[in-house]
Design a protein around this ligand. Sequence first.
Ligand code: HPA
Length: 274
Amino acid sequence: MNKKHIEEATDYFKKQTTNKPTIGVILGSGLGDFVELLTDTVTIPYADIPHFPVSTVAGHHGELVFGTLNDKQIVAMRGRVHYYEGNEMHEVTFPVRVMRLLGVDSLVVTNAAGGINKSFTPGDFMLLTDHINQMGTNPLIGPNEAFFGERFTDLSEAYDSTYIQHAIECAEKLNISLKKGTYVANTGPTYETPAEVRMLRTLGGDAVGMSTVPEVIVARHMSMRVLGISCISNMAAGILNTPLSHEEVIETTGKARTNFLSLLKEILITLPEE
Ligand code: HPA
């Protein structure tokens, strides 16, 4: 991690916008339209931001959007960068560090994920109650920058229990079905084999994806409160008799879009921050 680079990117934003976000949102594959709900927006392409990593995946925009949702000041990442693109872990998590320096203390992470739990259906939403890091690495490896957090980060409540309860109440209010479960992060870029999916189910996983966990770990290092939601875009390999494709992922998240936007909006405008 390069603290100076993080500070330079933060200073760049402070020159571009007077918005002082307290909530950060990371929008996963096919979920970027959320930014259209924000008002008074300032949009900055990742490529313009000093030291910011740039996303290369089709369907992932690469821009940071500052805006307002009711009375909440929000900064949203439309598209994230992934480890499988060849980025280092400190690059994947760089935006979360910058968000923290901008004043964000609540992070809402979203993603598209494959359903491992057989009671799930594509198009379902799953609230992350915990995760399993199967990436074989950790973004906090390396010298600890004490300015940001402690050497050994407690992950016994990676996902904030108050936020989990809040999200459940929002879903009930809107009559949107919200499953709960453990998210497994693999590096990708391959989807899993059926044998790997059986293994992950045995390990206690409910959904599997290629992101989110690095950002959550770094957010927890900096004592941010985290809420995570997956859109189950497909059933993981071997569960149904159909091949997996990125097109299916984008198509399913596209269909779930309206409910996803309503749920996320409700969660954010009433998010308990203290
Ligand atoms: N596996 C891993 N990552 C994913 C999947 C999947 O089935 N679907 C969407 N992202």
